[in-house]
Design a protein around this ligand. Structure first.
Ligand code: SAM
Length: 285
């Protein structure tokens, strides 16, 4: 992120009626540098201990050349929910009790993070909120390894204790959201999403007029949707998209990170490089 960005507000035109809907395929990288043996063990052994109904279209569902600006997807695979999100371990989110079946009975809140990156925010949230069950979603293998490596020491991939209030969805978060029953979630986090600053890539943005009904459907009335972005184009876009909708209360964003918003790697990079993040709290009506 950061290179070749347009100036603040450039290329932002929402025009919801003329906008193309988000494509099913994902753009951006699913794989980075070659995995080291420890990373491969984390994916092979630790991930199945936490993954919810994990599936991957074979063998590499997403590949591209970077992210957030000018990446191209290559898989072309339709990413719709499979008929049965057969879990690797534990029940699927569409089971009888829905998302609550995935967590111990002490969990009373159900949260999802879209695109957890290295996992800093997800891990800080579950540590601070043992009453909340978080499903953290990420498609980038190296990011998934980064989160897993903070959970289990080397050599304990199969046995190291894991937090009871964390589950992982190592795939497109939209597929998980589509499979959830109505009003399942108390919180949704979208921290520094890929900005896709070029107007012709606007349909790839996670905040999108065509995506709001899905997000609204899975949130409970009064549930919170947090969005942070450091990208001026995306900031203007979020402002315009949310001003044009009626599903959420959408007050102006905070200009400094609110309490209980753990920092992320992308935020740190944005601040180092002199950008000014914005932090939105949307409430489902
Ligand atoms: C710019 S990074 C930000 C990472 C992290 N939230 C942070 O603030 O450091 C965006 C991440 O979202 C992931 N991502 C993008 N679209 C996604 C989707 N539909 N489902 C799951 N992850 C997604 C990307 O792989 C990428 O790691």
């Amino acid at each position: 992120m950061g290179k070749g960005r347009p100036r603040a507000g450039a290329e932002v035109r929402v025009q919801p009626l003329s906008l193309k809907p988000p494509p099913d395929r994902l753009y951006g990288r699913a794989r980075g540098h070659k995995l080291r043996p420890r990373q491969q063990r984390l994916l092979d052994v630790t991930l199945p201990r936490l993954a919810v109904g994990s599936f991957r279209s074979s063998p590499s569902p997403l590949e591209g050349e970077g992210r957030g600006g000018g990446c191209r997807g290559t898989d072309g695979a339709a990413r719709t929910p499979p008929p049965n999100l057969g879990p690797l371990r534990g029940p699927s989110p569409q089971g009888e009790g829905g998302i609550s079946d995935l967590f111990p009975p002490t969990i009373t809140q159900f949260w999802i993070e879209v695109g957890f990156g290295g996992g800093e925010h997800a891990l800080a949230q579950i540590a601070a909120h043992p009453e909340a069950g978080l499903i953290a979603c990420e498609v980038f293998e190296n990011g998934i390894c980064s989160l897993l490596s903070r959970l289990v020491p080397d050599g304990e991939e199969a046995t190291g204790p894991l937090p009871p209030n964390l589950r992982l969805w190592p795939d497109d978060a939209r597929v998980l959201l589509r499979g959830l029953p109505d009003a399942s979630l108390d919180r949704l986090f979208l921290m520094f999403p890929d900005p896709w600053p070029k107007l012709r890539h606007a349909k790839r943005r996670f905040v999108h007029p065509a995506q709001l009904p899905l997000i609204a459907r899975v949130l409970k009335p009064g549930a919170i949707w947090r969005v942070a972005s450091d990208d001026p184009t995306y900031q203007a876009w979020v402002t315009e998209v949310m001003a044009a909708q009626t599903l959420f209360d959408a007050p102006p964003p905070a200009t400094t990170r609110p309490e209980d918003w753990p920092p992320t790697r992308y935020e740190a990079k944005a601040l180092r490089e002199g950008r000014s993040p914005r932090y939105w709290t949307f409430t489902r009506r």
